[in-house]
Design a protein around this ligand. Structure first.
Ligand SMILES: Cc1cc2nc3c(=O)[nH]c(=O)nc-3n(C[C@H](O)[C@H](O)[C@H](O)COP(=O)(O)O)c2cc1C
Length: 183
């Protein structure tokens, strides 16, 4: 069993990436992992805007990240990068706050044109936060899923498969690290 935290980066109430967070969480919980979720949109807006490091809600969310072995960032692509609200939260994480953690990025986007945002925007951010262990990211274009407020299903079976493979890869990597640590 691994401790995993999912950080949902969308500011939207009705959100594809949040629906994907829920799917991912369900799979991980079914597989016996302990999973927490941080929806950045639910953190106090003023604390994010003014970088209030002492905010109890922010401290609580940071503690969840600190305790996790694996971190999954599920976020929409905004302006060929990540949404400002996600960055506002990650700015409050200590320097090297993702060190020794395995990170899986999952992005949803309107167009395939910004696929490389995972490489040039998301990955440098994880790197500066100290992780060297980023598993293969998943990029999901809106047209590859059917989404209503209540349900998300995959139109593109290949992307569903890629998401499943990415979850498996994360779990295997976490198990390898646990085995190494107990030697
Ligand atoms: C303000 C804003 C900016 C966006 N910028 C991009 C973009 O640069 N590239 C892209 O592919 N999609 C872009 N999109 C589309 C979203 O990434 C896409 O619809 C995503 O699935 C939304 O996720 P959410 O429903 O979880 O918020 C943008 C959407 C919004 C609202």
């Amino acid at each position: 069993m691994s401790n995993i935290v999912i950080i949902s980066g969308s500011p939207a109430v009705v959100s594809r990436s949040s629906a994907i967070s829920k799917l991912v969480k369900d799979v991980l919980v079914t597989n016996g992992n302990k999973v927490e979720e941080i929806a950045v949109r639910n953190l106090p807006a003023e604390d994010l805007l003014y970088a209030n490091f002492n905010s109890p809600a922010i401290q609580q969310a940071k503690a969840l990240v600190e305790q996790a072995d694996g971190v999954i960032i599920v976020s929409p692509v905004y302006k060929a990068s990540y949404p400002g609200v996600l960055k506002a939260f990650l700015d409050l994480i200590p320097e090297k706050g993702l060190a020794n953690k395995v990170v899986l990025p999952i992005a949803t986007a309107g167009t395939i044109a910004h696929l490389l945002a995972l490489e040039y925007a998301f990955k440098p951010l994880f790197s500066v936060l100290g992780t060297r262990d980023v598993t293969d990211g998943v990029y999901i274009v809106d047209s590859q899923v059917a989404y209503t407020e209540h349900e998300l299903t995959f139109v593109d079976i290949e992307v569903e498969q890629r998401l499943g493979d990415a979850i498996t890869q994360l779990q295997v990597r976490l198990q390898q690290k646990e085995a190494q640590a107990s030697r």
